[in-house]
Design a binder for this molecule. Structure first.
Ligand code: ACO
Length: 325
């Protein structure tokens, strides 16, 4: 059976780096509070010429360059994002135009921070049916455009950026082995972002506070740890692996304390968990593909390695995915 294999990775971070010390000038916070509660020291914040689709396109170009695949040979472009450039058309359509990938169809998906992992599962299913397909999957966010910069509970957590992978089919031992994805829409209000205000007065809601990220941090923390632990253990069992078989775990980069709790519950060694959130903050759907690209460029991924992804985000959405590098 053909499997989807990652042929190349790429990423793009905005030029401007905003440190915790700079945030101290904007809201009542401190480097000590942010670093000790979250592990975040700085984040990249987009400026002019760094719209979501522009970061996404650069990340996509870099991933394509690794593979030598021409944009015209792409069959599909998927962008996972909760901060699209426009509501319509999709960010993926902007990327298609920028790349000149005229033979591809293109669309966005939104599964919040879990979007890239959902997208990888989706791309894997396409490729199982059509192994000759070439798919560009991107996670891209400009969350700086969507946070309330007066709300210290949320604005210190997020950052901007994009990561991309190019996928094709393989018949060897590599590729996506399986995934375990979940959602629980009943818990939507633990982490959410309103749309712009409705132009139809009948559709306005009393609790509308503006198109910002809102979050119940404590509840999200507890759910994230438990749900990712369950998704990882169930997936490993299903495929006959134990956590000791995993060579590298690349989790969603939200918070160092979530990752520490998760690591301890799973019993995974610290040096097997790839962490880069101190530099980037939480880049939502972009966090795992940025981390994948960084791990790849640092030589942390070797052919045949068992790679475990796990993720959690608004929706709620969460899951895990196993692939052989
Ligand atoms: N600077 C200083 N003080 C702050 C800040 C800040 N930036 N933000 C909140 N505080 C204050 C609060 O107002 C509160 O003050 P009070 O006691 O006077 O009311 C105090 O700090 C403690 O707040 P808590 O919410 O109890 O702090 P906690 O230790 O739980 O940490 C945090 C908060 C970091 C948000 C934590 O709950 C968390 O990490 N949750 C997970 C959320 C997350 O990672 N979300 C990302 C999106 S979801 C995802 O990607 C998985």
């Amino acid at each position: 059976m053909s499997r989807a294999v990652i042929l190349g990775t790429g990423s793009c971070l905005p030029k401007r780096i905003v440190t915790n010390a700079e945030l101290e000038q904007m809201v009542e916070t401190s480097d000590e509070w942010i670093a000790s509660r979250t592990g975040i020291r700085s984040r990249h914040i987009a400026g002019q010429g760094e719209q979501n689709f522009q970061l996404a396109t650069k990340a996509g170009r870099r991933a394509l360059a690794v593979t030598g695949i021409d944009p015209q040979d792409l069959d599909l472009i998927i962008v996972a994002t909760l901060s699209p450039h426009m509501i319509m058309p999709s960010t993926a359509c902007f990327v298609q135009a920028e790349l000149g990938a005229e033979n591809a169809f293109a669309y966005d998906i939104n599964a919040a921070c879990a979007g890239f992992t959902y997208g990888l599962d989706l791309a894997s299913n396409y490729i199982q049916n059509r192994p000759d397909m070439k798919i560009l999957l991107i996670g891209a966010e400009t969350l700086s455009a969507r946070v309330n910069w007066q709300d210290r509970n949320t604005c210190v957590l997020f950052g901007d950026g994009a990561g991309a992978v190019v996928l094709g089919g393989t018949n060897d031992e590599r590729g996506v082995l399986g995934s375990r994805l979940h959602s629980d829409g009943a818990l939507w209000n633990l982490l959410c972002m309103d749309s712009p205000e409705s132009n139809n007065p009948d559709l306005r809601t009393d609790d509308w506070v503006g198109p910002h990220i809102r979050m119940n941090g404590g509840e999200i923390f507890k759910h994230a740890v438990r749900m990712m632990e369950d998704a990882v253990n169930t997936l490993l069992r299903k495929h006959g692996f134990t956590i000791n078989d995993v060579d590298i775990m690349i989790p969603h980069q939200a918070n160092i304390r979530i990752l520490k709790n998760l690591r301890e519950r799973l019993g995974v060694a610290e040096d097997k968990v790839f962490v880069n959130l101190s530099k980037y903050g939480n880049t939502s759907a972009a966090s795992i593909p940025i981390a994948l690209d960084e791990a790849h460029r640092q030589g942390r991924l070797h052919r045949g390695d068992l790679v475990l992804l796990c993720t959690f985000g608004g929706g709620l959405t969460w899951g895990s995915l196993l692939l052989r590098w």
